[in-house]
Write a protein that binds this ligand. Structure first.
Ligand code: PRX
Length: 644
């Protein structure tokens, strides 16, 4: 663990402020959170700060607000109406700049169209779009009328899209003809056409013209956005919703094959994102902020749309691949728009590090003031490279730990309050209001420098309302492992100064290039191939992506291992889930190593995948028939040596 400490004086607050604020938030949480909540516009004040019926929390119960009103309307009443809201750049190089007043007009027009097509309060609307400005506009338009959006990452494919639409019974799907990625067009509408054969709840598909490619339109179900929008601005009053009305549902992976629809509230979520965004990014009126995530993930929801826009910030949004048409595309964007706050992922940093500093050196990055990292552990080498070659040893790095479920950032430096000394690879300390801890297997606090489970000991306003349609799964996934504590699924260590070091997932969830995907989802996709009867997935350390997928499969009778079968299996998984499901390695096996109770022994497979010794075999004895496992292991290692 690195003990290198880089002190940064906060720009305008005295030291000790973070400590004092934290203490107050823990000693008097209701007073603290109501003070934060008062910074937003409410149509009606809340009756109670928190109704806590474990494990269900209702923040600011009885209060009424509207997220689109907070992100747009309140800015157009001020000088910010002429401030840039979104600098958007398409991959081919086209640019759109929207002021807050333009954004306001668009949100209203889009909301009017949603209503015209029959969408109302509480209806679910699925968004399957590339990174185009219409995506945040549609999210805000849904929020404006009280409809609940569910964004599906445009890198997901047919089955993943259909499953998500069906889980929430979405009434409308919004998509585009296509989107640009690495010079090619992703044919989104074609994927939609295939998925919708299985989705009876969809009444209308609204299509954004982006790539200008031929698509099939199934009238009257399918309509073009540009043909539906009224030419004139129509004011649609923002619907006041109760604080616990769901703002959105976003799917994420857990330990079973079925993704979880994480439901976020409006009031608690907006309050939490408003204040954490200010604390962590130290946002100022003149900041130009760029988060490189895709809006299809929670980072995009909280840190591209709701957090920054609630502050009236100017954001940058980029459609395409980071290395297209050349490896300095991102540095070019920072230079072009004068980005001052830059938030990205460790995978991207490691990828750029591999190409060397000559690429950022071609550009003027002097506008940068603050850097951020999210989504997976950042190794100290990547941290230092980012610090030196992108931040030019001038910019603090906020390593922000959080999850889809937490709604907003939880453990992170907070230069907007006071920047603590940074340690490369550590997310530092919990933010105000967050009582995080590391506990052992029995739920007792783990001693310093000892690996344990990361837990949160009390509710916070950004926390999920639940899992859509499945309160039992919510209870068992998050609140049953350690009674009274929120189980994050991550391993962590606390050092002697109380800094948190996140070590990665403790459960069967992988992080491939920062994208969260469950082994069970991947295995289900593999066995849906006609030649596969059984599958097991483990991950292997990857120098750039953090982890990569290694797949072990057992074939059906009569099927034979061949390079063609391997290719057909990989193509199948990409078609069912999407490119993030691409296995790095595939092994055919006659048998999978299992415990006596039939559970796949992933540590044996991991030893094969990573080519490491299996370790002390006697420890297997309680779990499995050792001889058989050893035999399988040997066969697998042979298969690996002469892999098909
Ligand atoms: O394992 C942790 C990792 O990402 C997981 C959450 O993934 P997701 O819900 O997709 O949200 C990602 C973006 C907020 C966590 O359980 N993770 C996230 N941030 C960090 C991290 N691991 C280490 N350091 C981080 N800063």
């Amino acid at each position: 663990m690195s003990d290198l400490a880089l002190p940064f004086e906060s720009r305008y607050v005295p030291r000790k402020r973070l400590h004092d604020l934290y203490r107050r938030s823990i000693e008097s949480p209701e007073g603290f959170w109501s003070e934060q909540a008062r910074q937003l516009d409410w149509f009606k004040a809340w009756d109670k700060v928190l109704e806590w019926e474990p494990p269900f929390a209702r923040w600011f119960a009885g209060g009424e607000l509207n997220a689109a009103h907070i992100c747009v309307d309140r800015h157009v009443k001020t000088w910010r109406r002429s401030k840039v809201a979104i600098y958007w750049e398409g991959e081919p190089g086209d640019v759109r700049v929207m002021s807050y007043s333009t954004l306001y007009g668009e949100v209203n027009r889009f909301a009017a169209m949603l209503k015209k097509l029959g969408v109302g309060k509480g209806d679910r609307v699925a968004l399957y779009l590339p990174m185009v400005p219409e995506l945040p506009v549609f999210m805000l338009a849904c929020a404006r009328i009280g409809a609940i959006h569910t964004v599906v990452f445009s890198g997901f494919s047919v089955q993943a899209l259909a499953d998500r639409i069906n889980n929430v019974k979405a009434k409308m799907l919004i998509t585009a003809d296509g989107g640009f990625r690495r010079g090619k067009v992703l044919p989104l509408k074609a994927t939609v056409d295939e998925a919708l054969d299985q989705c009876p709840s969809i009444e209308h598909v609204v299509v954004v013209k982006r790539a200008d490619i031929p698509v099939s339109m199934d009238a009257p179900r399918d309509v073009w956005l540009h043909e539906q929008l009224e030419a004139e601005m129509t004011f649609v009053p923002p619907e006041p919703v109760e604080s616990n009305h769901p703002l959105y549902i976003l799917f994420t992976s857990g330990t079973t094959g079925k993704p979880k629809g994480i439901v976020h509230s409006t009031g608690g979520y907006m309050v939490y994102n408003y204040c954490t965004y200010k604390w962590v990014f130290d946002i100022r009126e003149e900041s130009v902020y760029w988060c490189t995530a895709d809006v299809g993930w929670v980072t995009g929801h909280s840190s591209i749309v709701y957090g920054p826009l609630a502050h009236g910030a100017a954001i940058v949004m980029y459609e395409g691949a980071p290395d297209y048409p050349s490896i300095d595309r991102w540095w070019h964007i920072i230079d072009r728009y004068g980005v001052s706050i830059f938030y990205t992922s460790p995978t991207a940093i490691r990828m750029f590090m591999g190409h060397g500093e000559k690429w950022p050196e071609k550009h003027d990055l002097s506008s940068l003031e603050l850097l951020g990292s999210v989504g997976e552990p950042i190794n100290p080498e990547a941290w230092l490279w980012f610090y030196k070659h992108i931040g030019q040893e001038r910019c603090p790095i906020v390593d922000t730990w959080w999850q889809t479920e937490t709604g907003g950032m939880m453990i992170s430096p907070a230069p907007g309050i006071e920047c603590v000394p940074l340690k490369p690879g550590s997310a530092t300390l919990p933010l105000p209001g967050i009582e995080a801890d590391v506990v052992d297997e029995a739920g007792n606090p783990a001693p310093p420098e000892t690996r344990g489970h990361l837990v949160i000991r009390r509710p916070w306003p950004g926390m999920l309302l639940g899992i859509y349609g499945d309160p039992e799964r919510y209870r068992s996934a998050y609140w049953s492992r350690f009674p009274g504590m929120f189980y994050t699924g991550d391993y962590a260590v606390k050092d002697r100064e109380g800094y948190f070091w996140i070590l990665g997932r403790a459960d069967e969830v992988l992080k491939i290039a920062g994208h969260r995907i469950g082994t069970a989802e991947l295995e289900d996709a593999a066995v849906s191939h006609p030649d596969i009867t059984e599958a097991a997935v483990v991950s292997k350390a990857d120098p750039v992506k953090g982890e990569s997928i290694v797949l072990f499969v057992r074939l059906t009778e009569g099927a034979n291992p061949s390079p063609e079968l391997k290719k057909s299996l990989v193509d199948h998984m990409r078609r069912v889930i999407g490119p993030i499901a691409t296995p790095e390695e595939v092994y055919f096996t006659a048998k999978l190593p299992k415990t006596r109770s039939g559970k796949i022994m992933r540590r044996v497979l991991k030893a094969v995948a990573e080519n490491t010794p299996i370790g002390d075999l006697s420890t297997l004895e309680d779990e499995a028939a050792v001889e058989e496992v050893v035999k399988i292991l040997q066969e697998l290692r042979q298969a690996q040596a002469g892999a098909v």
